[in-house]
Design a protein around this ligand. Structure first.
Ligand code: HEC
Length: 121
């Protein structure tokens, strides 16, 4: 009797585990987002970084990094802010194209929605 109970418990636990595993983590979709930062990204950044910021290789062979997954060269808010403002290594500077507020909102977007947001969900 004891062993049957144990089996039931194990089977139930397995069922629960499978049910959880079934819920695929939801990735933030830039294309579907109505947030103003997502719109800024689509207008200014997607041409190089790809529609979902996953990076791409341009026609001339330049590799543009994935902004959301993996290791990041620019990890702190300050580094990302400086990089978007001043560009460098193939990225154009945005300080004259976007306002400081827009650049700050993009820093938050990269950090919270794309990097941490994906891991959280
Ligand atoms: C002309 C193409 C181009 C455009 C447009 C562009 N980027 Fe980049 N981006 C790059 C390249 C090339 C790098 C790699 C720079 C390096 O290695 O230092 C980069 C790097 C980055 C990184 C750092 C990635 C890392 O590994 O830490 C971030 C964040 C970033 N871009 C955000 C943006 C945002 C936000 C925009 C729009 C406002 C944008 N980029 C527009 C080409 C571009």
């Amino acid at each position: 009797m004891k062993s049957i109970k144990a089996i039931i418990v194990v089977v139930a636990a397995m069922g629960f585990a499978f049910a959880c595993a079934d819920q695929k983590p939801q990735r933030y979709s830039i294309a579907q987002s109505k947030a103003p930062e997502a719109s800024l990204f689509r207008q200014n950044c997607a041409i190089c970084h790809g529609p979902e910021a996953e990076g791409k290789t341009l026609g001339d062979g330049r590799a543009i990094p994935n902004i959301r997954d993996g290791e990041h060269k620019y990890a702190t808010d300050e580094q990302i802010f400086d990089h978007i403002s001043n560009g460098g290594n193939g990225m154009v500077p945005f300080r004259n194209m976007l306002t400081e507020r827009e650049i700050k909102s993009l820093v938050r977007f990269v950090q919270e929605d794309l990097r941490k947001g994906d891991a959280k969900k």
